[in-house]
Structures are given as structure tokens and as C-alpha cells.
Ligand binder design. Sequence first.
Ligand SMILES: [Fe+2]
Length: 254
Amino acid sequence: MIDVHSHILPSVDDGAKTLADAIEMAKAAVAEGITTIIATPHHRNGAFENDKSSIMEHVYALNEALQYHRIPLSVLPGQEVRIYGEWLDGYRDGDILPLAETKYVLIELPSNHVPRYTEQLLFDIQLQGLVPIIAHPERNSELIEHPTKLYDLVKKGALTQLTAGSIAGKFGKKIKNFSLQIIEANLAHLIASDAHNTTSRAFYMREAYDVIQKQFGSQAVYVFRENAELLVANETLYKDAPERIKKKKFLGIF
Ligand SMILES: [Fe+2]
């Protein structure tokens, strides 16, 4: 299994604090069946700056440590970039690091609103030949209130990544239900852990896939898992697979 969003790199953001923490997270990931994980430190979120070159160095060092400890997990470089007006300048300056050095970039919205320039910027990012992935839209309060805004962004080419813990109910019932509604509306493309540690913000990938299996069937599980593989291979993800939806039981809010 591939996890495309994690904060496993030590001492770079609010994820793993030390190398020992990162090793513990790696063991937990392996126990969940994860074989490849993309490290996506926060960048430009007001608290942390992690540009491309520093992330590449940290990923190299963590892979060395995992080999030393004989932990069968491969770490790929990535970055979770908070949306900001000068994103394209950051990309041109070489600060932005796409997921696993592919065409896919992980974009984080603020938790309480969607900036007005979002739609235009996500469009402009695509003009660069990149594919924007909106990180955890199910946790954005404006999208919860106005889900058609998410529909519009996806229809204009953005992809979305739901957080496993949201689907597993770790952020509460409202966010779990919205996650299931997003899946049912065919607006979800990837499931990832966004793990920060092994306690309060752990992986929950197995739990999430158990919920998806139960609610939507094994075809849905297959599509999400396959999409993570396709992403790392820099291939095109499944965007629309209505046949994977076994039941229609979550309110039709879109
Ligand atoms: Fe994250």
C-alpha cells in the first residue's frame, strides 16, 4: 500500500519530532501494510517553511536510517504547500516539490475558508502541466457549508485527497459523514494518512479502508489504492468510476 501524505520526516514540522519518532512512525506504517510513503512536510503554512532542496536531503537521510534499522519502508519526497498567491513564483523558483517528483502537487487550503483566488490558481497550476490535489477538503469548514464549491473545483480539474482518520471517524461524525458524501459523489481520488505521529494523528489506513469496503465495496477500495500507485508512477488517476459505488445512502448534497 502507498501512502501519499505524511509528516514522517523528523524535525521539519509538527510531525515526527526526532529520528526515533520517525522510526516509530515507519514501524507503524509497515504494520498497516504500507510499503511506500511520501513525506509531505508543511510549506508556507505560516509556521513552517520546507523548500524542495531541504526536503530532498531529509528524505535521503531517513531512507538511510530505515535501511540501517531494516525497516521495509521506502520514503519518497513530497511537500504539502498551503495555498498562497505567489505559488507559481515559488514553483518557478524551485521551492515547490511535487509528490514523488511527479506532475502531482499537494495543496492545502486554510482550515476555515477557501481563498477567492483558489479556482484561478488551481487552473493556472494546471497550465504548468501539473495536477493539483486538494489535501483533506473534508476538514475545510467553508467546503462543509458549501459543498458545491468542492464540486466546482474538481470539475475544473483539481483532484482531492481524503484523510484516512476522517473516514475512520477520528475527527468526529460530521467530518466522517462529509468524507463519505464526497466519496459517494465521485469527488474523491486518494486516501492518505496525513499521519503526524503514532498517537493522536496516526495512520488509520486499515480502518479507513474497512469503512470504504463496508460502505462502497471492494471496487472502491481498489480504485483508491490503485490511484496511489498510479500517482507514484506519474500516470493518470481514475477520476470517475460510478460503478464502484455500491450503495447510495448518504444524502445527495452535491
Ligand atoms: Fe498534512
